[in-house]
Design a protein around this ligand. Structure first.
Ligand SMILES: *[C@@H]1O[C@H](CO)[C@@H](O)[C@H](O)[C@H]1NC(C)=O
Ligand SMILES: *[C@@H]1O[C@H](CO)[C@@H](O)[C@H](O)[C@H]1NC(C)=O
Ligand SMILES: *[C@@H]1O[C@H](CO)[C@@H](O)[C@H](O)[C@H]1NC(C)=O
Length: 383
């Protein structure tokens, strides 16, 4: 009797110790803040506040947001991969920079759908370019310093994780659609232009004190249902998103990875923080190959029933009266009942299920495959 009581007591004690330990891990974030820059792959609602058509603040976007329907401005049925990354870091979802009212101490999302690395890509849709997002960030840092004081602000800036996800629109909305560029600028020159701009953006972030940066690859945008409807004669053939001409996004991604890494090793990017003198790290996250495999590899059928057509929007050429981002809405489109069966949510953007896979790979995937040289979990843990 006594022994049973004692062991029950021990079990209770043990369980509450575990609870304390778990509470501590969930309560102490693995980074001071998460800052996000980029395009529709990571916009969580900045475009809601801009005078542009490229918005997703309407139904059925956000249909599966935390189990209830809430259109937030995210281009998906629920969370984006950066939301999952915030969760893994133990941080709140970084709010859109333009959302009024809330003090943004633990991170900000500056991304604007439709933008790219180049200024000209953002101006097509009147959204915030990468350099505009950098201006927002600099402004935010002033506010942050005013709120927290210089010393604490510098700590936040240096201990934060920075994620950049953009570039696909430079290719699909800018280069590919503009014959004057396509005819006059060869692909290598265009790739060179993109990664020079990206490296200089990374340089600017390091210059204000960022130390832990992940640059995410482009997406296989040539496999998007919107592209397939308009560009390939027959999506059901073996050529399905394999057309060599359309492999440019992959070359972009490889070239970008190489460029970022060589810029670090040959000293083009500073290896010490301008604020604290502590080491800086720039890692590369590969989402291209994960998505490409989901779309093309027949064994991913085990995870997704539909790899090439979207859950929401028209699925045949006849119905495609609207450009990809406008065709998922409650008036002219219907959405499938279970988005988890699909790779694509609309004809340009991925479902929440894909987003979670992407986040997992970026967080703790395989070194040298998903992350170069290491993943976000390691990046965040570095001193
Ligand atoms: C992009 O626009 C910004 C602000 O107008 C300007 O400072 C920057 O030099 C431009 N970048 C390029 C590559 O033209
Ligand atoms: C297809 O996916 C399977 C399982 O994930 C993997 O083993 C295989 O290497 C993939 N094939 C290609 C061509 O990527
Ligand atoms: C990777 O991280 C995710 C999210 O925290 C977790 O669910 C998963 O178990 C981790 N995988 C490994 C191999 O650590």
């Amino acid at each position: 009797m006594e022994r049973a009581k004692a062991s029950r007591y021990l079990v209770t004690l043990f369980l509450s110790l575990i609870q304390v330990a778990t509470a501590q891990t969930t309560n102490s974030p693995l980074a001071s803040a998460l800052y996000v820059f980029g395009d529709n792959s990571v916009d969580v609602g900045n475009n809601n506040y801009l005078n542009t058509l490229f918005k997703s603040n309407h139904k059925p976007y956000g249909r599966d947001w935390h189990g209830y329907s809430r259109p937030t401005g995210r281009f998906s049925n629920g969370k984006l991969f950066v939301d999952y990354l915030a969760e893994y870091l133990g941080l709140p979802y970084p709010p859109p920079n333009l959302s009024p009212g809330e003090p943004k101490i633990k991170g900000v999302n500056f991304a604007s759908a439709g933008s790219g690395v180049l200024n000209s890509t953002a101006s097509i849709l009147r959204v915030a370019s990468l350099s505009g997002q950098l201006d927002w960030f600099r402004k935010h840092l002033k506010t942050l310093r005013a709120w927290t004081g210089e010393v604490w602000a510098n700590h936040i800036i240096g201990d934060a994780v920075y994620v950049i996800s953009t570039g696909s629109n430079d290719y699909s909305n800018n280069y590919l659609l503009d014959p004057s560029q396509h005819d006059n600028v060869d692909e290598d020159t265009f790739v060179e232009l993109i990664y020079n701009e990206m490296v200089s953006f990374v340089h600017e972030l390091l210059a204000v004190g960022a130390r832990k940066i992940m640059v995410v690859s482009f997406t296989p945008s040539h496999c998007d249902p919107s592209q397939l409807l308009t560009q390939l004669p027959d999506p059901s053939t073996d050529l399905f998103c394999q057309d060599p001409y359309n492999m440019l996004p992959r070359r972009f991604s490889e070239a970008l990875r190489y460029r970022i890494q060589s810029s670090l090793t040959n000293g083009m990017l500073p290896r010490r923080s301008s604020l604290s003198g502590a080491p800086t790290y720039v890692v590369y996250g590969n989402i291209y190959d994960t998505i490409f495999a989901f779309v093309t590899n027949s064994s991913s059928n085990a995870y997704f029933k539909r790899q090439d057509s979207p859950c929401c929007g028209p699925t045949s050429e006849e119905d495609d009266d609207f450009p990809g981002f406008l065709n998922c809405n409650e008036f002219t489109a219907t959405a499938c009942s279970n988005a988890d069966d699909y790779v694509y949510w609309d004809s340009l953007h991925y479902t929440q299920r894909v987003q979670e896979y992407l986040a997992n790979r970026l967080w703790n995937g395989t070194f040298g495959v998903d992350c170069h040289p290491f993943c976000l979990q390691e990046l965040a843990a570095l001193p």
